[in-house]
Design a protein around this ligand. Structure first.
Ligand code: B12
Ligand code: SF4
Ligand code: SF4
Length: 267
């Protein structure tokens, strides 16, 4: 019964074009796999007491678009993915409600405006931790969840449901290869503390940069996810050789194309 429901959810998501789907038992939050871990009030059962399973959906950030960041192109992709994630998560929660399992989705972000984050840089629920417990990936030094398929170039959304569905995770193998590219590339030195299995970042420095980029119509920054070598998407786009960016094989055509994009539609 539970396995059948799981299959129906996965099939429905595939039809929507959402290939990345994971399931995490709500109880998994109560046994922190590492510290720091989201405090009690930030866990699924505290927010939605009926919750038994958290279903996480992920959509990839297209690498060649992200490479132009900060740019209007990446900003538009970011908005597009956000809208799709929220829509699919809502639809999934409604499907589950119709099936008789009380369910509610959590929006992909959950803050009014980035300026608010300068005072309080938290959301009421963390999709990264949900994706980790759902077996979709592991934390990288850039503080993002790295996936096998797209490295950190995935955005997530979650659905809380009373349905008890078998879980998928967490993933055993650490995906971050500790190359330090994200740390070196951050323009405001926001990534510093390199304690494994996850690093913490200076959320305020990063949020300040986002506020500045927003005024120029090219937020968010995204540099620490574009420079990460992890992800099979690099194969498809022939970007596995990181020397294309900063080695002797540096591809000038790419740099010219990014500069072109950045000259238009933003300040
Ligand atoms: C607030 C926020 C930001 C802020 C703050 C940064 C941050 N790292 O939290 C700003 C604007 C700076 C930001 C920037 C970015 N973000 Co952001 N962001 C969020 C958001 C809305 C909430 C994160 C959160 O508060 N989680 C809740 C807390 C509990 O988790 P935590 O912050 O990890 O807290 C831990 C520690 O800080 C510690 N802790 C220590 N003391 C305390 C005290 C308290 C009170 C708490 C609560 C915790 C705590 O415990 C926690 C557990 O380990 C999430 C969406 C979401 N709702 O999950 C997206 C999200 C994390 N962002 C995302 C992305 C991609 C980015 C950017 C790359 C920008 C971009 N889109 O291009 C950058 C990358 C910055 C970086 N390297 O971390 C993605 C990550 C996808 C992935 N693959 O991992 C998310 C999940 C959005 C999404 N729906 O996909 N982000
Ligand atoms: S999003 Fe930009 S400013 Fe924020 S941590 Fe990543 S590289 Fe640094
Ligand atoms: S850029 Fe390197 S160090 Fe940073 S998260 Fe990716 S693999 Fe890890």
């Amino acid at each position: 019964m539970a396995a059948d429901l799981k299959r129906r959810i996965v099939d429905m998501c595939r039809e929507w074009g959402v290939d990345m789907v994971g399931f995490a038992p709500a109880d998994a939050w109560e046994a922190p796999p590492f510290e720091p871990w989201p405090p009690e009030a930030f866990r699924p059962k505290a927010i939605f007491p009926e919750c038994r399973t958290v279903i996480v959906l992920g959509l990839p950030v297209t690498l060649p678009i992200l490479e132009t960041a900060p740019s209007i192109w990446y900003q538009e992709l970011y908005k597009n993915l956000n809208a799709q994630l929220d829509m699919r998560a809502y639809q999934l929660s409604q499907f589950l409600n119709r099936e008789g399992y009380p369910s509610a989705y959590v929006p992909r972000d959950g803050y009014g405006t980035v300026e608010l984050l300068l005072k309080n840089p938290y959301a009421f629920f963390s999709h990264r931790h949900a994706a980790y417990l759902a077996g979709l990936g592991t934390f990288g030094l850039n503080n993002m969840l790295l996936t096998k398929e797209y490295g950190p170039r995935v955005r997530f959304v979650s659905v809380f449901t009373a349905a008890e569905i078998p879980g998928d995770g967490p993933m055993e193998k650490q995906l971050c290869i500790r190359c330090m590219r994200c740390i070196k590339a951050c323009p405001v030195d926001a990534i510093g503390d390199v304690e494994y299995p996850r690093a913490s970042i200076d959320k305020f420095k990063c949020a300040e940069r986002s506020v500045e980029l927003k005024k120029r119509f090219c937020a968010p920054c995204g540099i620490c996810i574009k420079v990460c070598p992890v992800g099979e998407d690099r194969k498809l786009f022939k970007r596995k050789n990181m020397g294309l960016y900063d080695g002797p094989e540096r591809d000038e055509r790419l740099f010219n194309a990014w500069e072109h994009v950045r000259r238009y539609g933003s300040l």
